[in-house]
Design a protein around this ligand. Structure first.
Ligand SMILES: Cc1cc2nc3c(=O)[nH]c(=O)nc-3n(C[C@H](O)[C@H](O)[C@H](O)COP(=O)(O)OP(=O)(O)OC[C@H]3O[C@@H](n4cnc5c(N)ncnc54)[C@H](O)[C@@H]3O)c2cc1C
Ligand code: SF4
Length: 521
């Protein structure tokens, strides 16, 4: 075992939380070590192959996790510099103002946050600047107040999406341009890294046109000589002092060797599931149930949204290349006949022929069996993909558990009625639109509920709060129990809301970063 230089701060993980934090701390000149278990995601032609990415899962970890019945599964998660933002859809939305309050749902209560929208607002603004967000304010009926407009204009709808947006407006809805973090210049394409391709959501970006944590944060941070990044460094354990009040060193497997690193401050940013697992695995005599787990809440309240991918299949050709531009929040807080929050609707990325066998919803399977092979493309060319997202409520029994090296996810989806209502409502809208577009209407809407493997929107496993008995982290995302230990990723969410989580993770990393800059002075 080797022990190396002492650092002012050690950041573990380089996703939306860790990558952003490293970027924010870099100009301070403080000695900062960044440990990342993955390497750099290779830039290769396969980045944009649906066969490689969706069917062969080329970039997902090979790890096995276990469900509540001890059944092994391969999680759809990514260990690379930049974390899951390397493949994310780059939909970067703010939580709604009311999401920070206690909200009554049909299936229970979504708890109040200890800080409010106003506390996050300046950081959302910074986050939108940092991650190149394109959007148009004033069109989303649930949009919270913004102190500055989006830094870049909304991503233009292509012809089919524009047609659909018009049809939804005619149907009485308020479709708006999905806010997206892209390095896109639609006026001067010669200056645009993003080429509006048809392989974005779920795929790495070959042209580095996606605003992700590697491209926008880690790489610029590395220009500062005080930042040291070690890749393929999997942190396995955190050790504490004799009092148990501070982390003394971080143990990691680096190139097959166990190494120890010391730092004044240690920030865990491994993603909500792996951060909880690391704390639980680091148990010792002062922390017999896992580090910083006096409350018994580390790993509990895991949330990941109730998500449904729906395919709108009609006879109409969809020629659009980049399709992830429409968002609908009309049912976010409910509907005339369902006075509870239902959720958010947005385009998925494109539905491509090579994605269908992997992603195909059960209802589409018989059709594809009848018309296999090249016919898949004919089917895919007539589809539009929709992503329906409902808040899942924090349940202490939904949790991450570890048994030695084994990671268990015990998760049962809740708030199911709200999700079903959203699906039904959206299917009705699509039917209405499709009837007006076709003389002889043919349309089906097969859908797929995201399974346990789908952990992209994981959050909530180390909730923040003022009371050490009911939360793991304090308001600065420092653990209540250990003075120099922070968790800065999706773990801190007390509720998941129904918007995509990443802009809030980024904004929070900037907020905690300000606190750490003060502390490091
Ligand atoms: C296909 C897909 C599409 C998505 N689309 C969107 C979207 O459009 N909008 C949105 O808001 N969100 C989206 N998300 C979710 C988004 O990617 C996550 O919210 C975000 O990346 C979470 O940031 P994080 O910092 O919490 O964790 P991560 O980004 O997962 O980063 C954690 C990092 O820690 C590293 N790590 C883990 N364990 C260790 C260890 N023991 N030692 C060292 N390093 C470790 C990992 O390798 C990783 O780099 C999507 C996710 C997926 C999978
Ligand atoms: S749409 Fe743009 S950002 Fe997305 S993968 Fe294609 S080129 Fe990259």
């Amino acid at each position: 075992m080797t022990t190396s230089t002492h650092y002012d701060a050690i950041v573990i993980g380089t996703g939306a939380g860790g990558g952003t934090l490293a970027y924010h701390l870099a100009p301070s000149g403080k000695k900062i070590l960044v440990l990342e278990r993955g390497g750099f995601l290779p830039r290769e032609k396969e980045n944009w192959s649906a066969l490689e990415v969706y069917q062969r899962e080329r970039y997902h970890t090979q790890e096995q996790w276990y469900d509540v019945n001890n059944k092994a599964f391969r999680p759809a998660t990514n260990y690379w510099v930049g974390g899951n933002t390397k493949v994310y859809g780059a939909a970067l939305l703010r939580l709604r103002e009311r999401d920070f309050e206690q909200v009554e749902h049909q299936d229970g209560i979504s708890p109040e946050w200890p800080l409010k929208y106003q506390d996050f607002e300046p950081y959302y603004t910074q986050a939108e600047q940092l991650y190149d967000v394109h959007g148009q304010s004033g069109c989303d009926p649930t949009e919270p107040p913004m102190s500055l407009p989006y830094p870049y204009p909304a991503v233009r709808h292509e012809s089919r999406m524009q047609e659909l947006a018009n049809a939804f407006t005619k149907a009485g809805l308020h479709p708006f341009h999905l806010p997206l973090g892209l390095k896109l210049n639609e006026v001067d394409k010669s200056l645009s890294a993003c080429i509006r391709c048809n392989t974005c959501d779920g795929f790495p970006c070959l042209t580095q046109g996606k605003a992700d944590a590697e491209v926008n944060c880690l790489q610029p941070a590395r220009n500062h000589p005080n930042i040291t990044l070690i890749t393929e460094a999997k942190v396995t354990r955190l050790h504490t002092s004799a009092s148990g009040r501070e982390v003394t060193h971080v143990e990691a497997e680096v190139a097959g060797e166990t190494q120890r690193f010391t730092g004044d401050i240690v920030v865990v940013a491994c993603g909500a599931i792996n951060s909880a697992a690391l704390l639980l695995r680091s148990l010792n005599e002062h922390h017999p149930h896992g580090l910083a787990n006096h409350s018994g809440l580390v790993g509990r309240h895991l949330m990941k949204h109730g998500c449904t991918a729906m395919v709108q299949l009609t006879t109409k050709l969809n020629p659009d290349s980049y399709q992830k531009t429409i968002c609908i929040s009309d049912f976010y807080w409910g509907d005339a006949d369902f006075p509870y929050p239902m959720g958010l609707i947005q385009n998925t990325g494109n539905v491509l022929a090579d994605m269908l066998p992997a992603e195909v919803p059960a209802l589409l399977a018989p059709l594809l069996k009848m018309r296999p092979g090249a016919e898949l493309k004919a089917v895919a060319d007539r589809t539009v993909g929709w992503w329906l997202q409902t808040e899942d409520l924090p349940d202490p029994d939904n949790r991450v558990r570890v048994e030695g090296d084994r990671l268990h996810l015990e998760y049962k989806l809740n708030n199911i009625e709200a999700g079903s209502r959203l699906i039904k409502r959206w299917t009705g809208i699509l039917q209405q639109v499709d009837r007006t577009e076709h003389l002889v209407p043919f349309s089906i809407y097969p859908r797929n509920m995201m399974p346990i493997q789908s952990v992209g929107h994981q959050c909530g496993t180390c909730r923040f709060g003022e009371d050490p008995n009911t939360s793991v982290l304090d308001l600065n995302c420092r653990t209540h129990d250990i003075d120099n230990l922070y968790v800065v990723d999706g773990s801190f969410f007390p509720s998941s809301a129904a918007v995509n989580p990443t802009l809030t993770i980024i904004a929070n990393a900037l907020r905690v970063g300000d606190h750490l800059l003060e502390r490091l002075k």
